[in-house]
Ligand binder design. Structure first.
Ligand code: ADP
Ligand code: ADP
Length: 221
């Protein structure tokens, strides 16, 4: 599903060069739930951003679904990303002056979907995360766990095959964190979503199929 070959990422400024990723080779199968761990600054977010086509590698190739993506234009990448990939972030990234339903519909605005169809898909996604009773609420009226559930609904509304989650439980207490983890496990189980999750929580990583550890930009496990 996702194939990374000799991925390198360098950040250069006038004075310093940082090797954020150093020759990463990784294949993630369809339906796999992979977790990524490692100390702060080891390259986890960079790796996720490259897999999510938000950031280009300095060297190496990325293939998703058999398609090599290294040479596509920004516009082509954006289209591919919108169709195939859903993102979940630690800090939710909801839009505070849109209600829950409108937040969830956002990714569908870039598609050829009628308003009625958008509403149907968004309601369905909210049902999957157990938030059907909060559709007209605004993000500021929700708990952290509920906000993250809205963010998950937004990530899955376009029925992407891949979900990339950057510390999705990092801002939540352990009860809400466990709830979010259960939703991700369920998406992986019932919809066969391929999931890559960055986490600092060993127990959550244990619940996934495979763990990759990074240290200083290199894969050590
Ligand atoms: P993690 O997610 O594991 O905390 P990151 O992927 O955010 O690590 O960062 C990996 C390394 O790349 C760090 O050393 C960081 O300082 C560096 N880095 C990340 N983004 C930039 C940037 N935009 N410019 C320069 N260096 C960066
Ligand atoms: P934090 O909570 O540490 O601020 P997040 O998990 O929210 O980090 O975001 C991780 C990274 O993804 C950040 O580098 C951020 O710039 C980037 N990012 C967040 N939201 C989006 C988005 N909607 N589109 C593109 N990049 C994003």
């Amino acid at each position: 599903m996702i194939h990374l070959e000799n991925i390198e990422k360098l950040y250069r400024t006038d004075t310093i060069e940082t090797i954020a990723l150093d020759k990463i080779n990784l294949t993630i199968e369809k339906g796999e739930f992979l977790s990524v761990m490692g100390p702060s600054g080891c390259g986890k977010s960079t790796l996720l951003n490259i897999m999510g086509l938000l950031d280009a590698p300095s060297k190496g190739e990325i293939k998703i679904d058999g398609q090599t993506l290294t040479h596509l234009s920004d516009k082509q990448l954006a289209r591919f990303r919108n169709k195939k990939i859903g993102f979940i972030f630690q800090s939710f990234h909801l839009i505070n002056d849109l209600n829950v339903l409108d937040n969830v519909e956002l990714p569908l605005l870039y598609r050829d979907t009628t308003a009625r169809e958008r509403r149907r898909l968004a309601s369905e996604a909210l049902e999957k995360v157990g938030l059907s009773n909060r559709m007209k609420h605004f993000p500021t009226q929700l708990s952290g766990g509920q906000k993250q559930r809205v963010a998950i609904a937004r990530a899955i509304v376009g029925q992407p095959e891949i979900i990339l989650a950057d510390e999705p439980t990092g801002n939540l207490d352990s009860v809400m964190g466990a709830e979010i983890m259960n939703i991700l496990l369920q998406l992986n189980n019932s919809e066969r979503s391929t999931i890559v999750m960055v986490t600092h929580d060993e127990l959550m990583a244990k619940k996934t199929h495979r763990l990759v550890r990074l240290f200083d930009g290199s894969q050590v496990q």
